[in-house]
Design a protein around this ligand. Structure first.
Ligand SMILES: [Zn+2]
Length: 319
């Protein structure tokens, strides 16, 4: 993902913890007491497993190894697994990228659906690193790639073990080519492909993107484009976080505007919010560097995000 520079200036400073909640005095929404508890430790293990494949850069060994592993895992958990293979001609380099989105569906026959997504690829170059040598290195992608993927893979496990009692279908989308770059024409590739091929007659009721959801010092202020495109989804997601007691970590103001996979989906008519902690380490100093390693992600943070996702899923489409 990439910050939208023009609107960054005032909005980029995250609120300090303690500024959560909307202060409206409205009672928090009731929670679904029957849902499973999200296993954050299992999600952290899934982050470590992904990073161990090596960088998940299209065309590299780690990319193929992760795809095989993800498909095997999802085949054993979901009701249906689809792949979307596609290519992208790079706009700057003489390269054709071979990319694959993965969609794991639960209750594929259901007409009313909710979509959750995360990118599974990693960035070829650590362009935010301090030294020239480091900037030639790939990003390991523990937080930027593996964290959101790990949460959704673990969600798939919980859905398989404890199917929700309602009849809303759940789709988990793992996008490829989000972070190739270096610039936006060669990013968000999987989300663009998904949006271009989605059935306009049957869009999901709403969608939630997870990106950078594993930092040791979590803060998920409402991302700017999310509020503009999908204010009702913002209210739902941040309302659930507040009801779970995470309001201090999900402030309802102060978030940056980030160009990310939610943009193509929103432009295709799928109201989508981006749950993103765009301060990875103090001053975001770990983002897009070789230090994006599992030592810098936390089971507790993955667990908190996973709890929000499970609550959203198990409550179905009730307000
Ligand atoms: Zn990135």
């Amino acid at each position: 993902m990439r910050l939208a520079a023009a609107v960054l200036a005032a909005g980029a400073v995250a609120l300090a913890p303690g500024c959560g909640g909307d202060g409206s005095g409205v009672d928090p929404m009731p929670l679904d007491t029957l849902r499973p508890t999200f296993d954050g430790e299992a999600a952290q293990a899934l982050v470590e497993r992904q990073v161990a494949f090596g960088p998940r850069i299209p065309g590299r060994d780690g990319h193929g190894a992760q795809l095989t592993w993800m498909l095997a895992r999802l085949d054993s958990l979901a009701d249906a697994v689809e792949t979307q293979a596609f290519t992208h001609e790079h706009t700057q380099f003489d390269a054709t990228l071979e990319l694959t989105n993965v969609v794991a569906r639960f209750r594929p026959e259901a007409t009313r659906r909710i979509l959750f997504l995360a990118h599974w690829d990693t960035r070829p170059f650590a362009d935010q690193a301090d030294t020239f040598a480091e900037r030639q290195m790939p990003v390991p992608g523990a937080n930027d790639g593996a964290s959101g993927t790990a949460v959704l893979l673990q969600v798939a496990r919980h859905l398989a073990d404890d199917p929700p009692s309602h009849d809303v279908g759940i789709d988990l989308l793992f996008t490829d080519g989000e972070d190739y770059g270096p610039n936006l024409p060669d990013m968000l590739l999987g989300a663009r492909h998904y949006a271009a091929t989605a059935d306009p007659q049957r869009p999901p009721e709403y969608a939630v993107l997870l990106d950078l959801v594993g930092d040791a010092d979590p803060s998920f202020p409402v991302e700017g484009f999310s509020r503009g495109f999908a204010p009702e989804v913002v209210d739902r997601v941040w309302g659930v976080a507040d009801a779970l007691g995470y309001g201090a970590f999900f402030p309802t103001s102060g978030g940056p505007f980030v160009q990310d996979d939610h943009i193509p989906l929103n432009e295709a008519g799928i109201p989508t919010v981006n749950v993103i902690d765009f301060e990875y380490g103090p001053d975001n100093h770990i983002w897009h560097t070789p230090d994006d390693l599992p030592a810098n992600t936390r089971a507790s943070t993955l667990g908190m995000v996973g709890e929000v996702v499970l609550e959203l899923i198990y409550r179905g489409l009730q307000p």
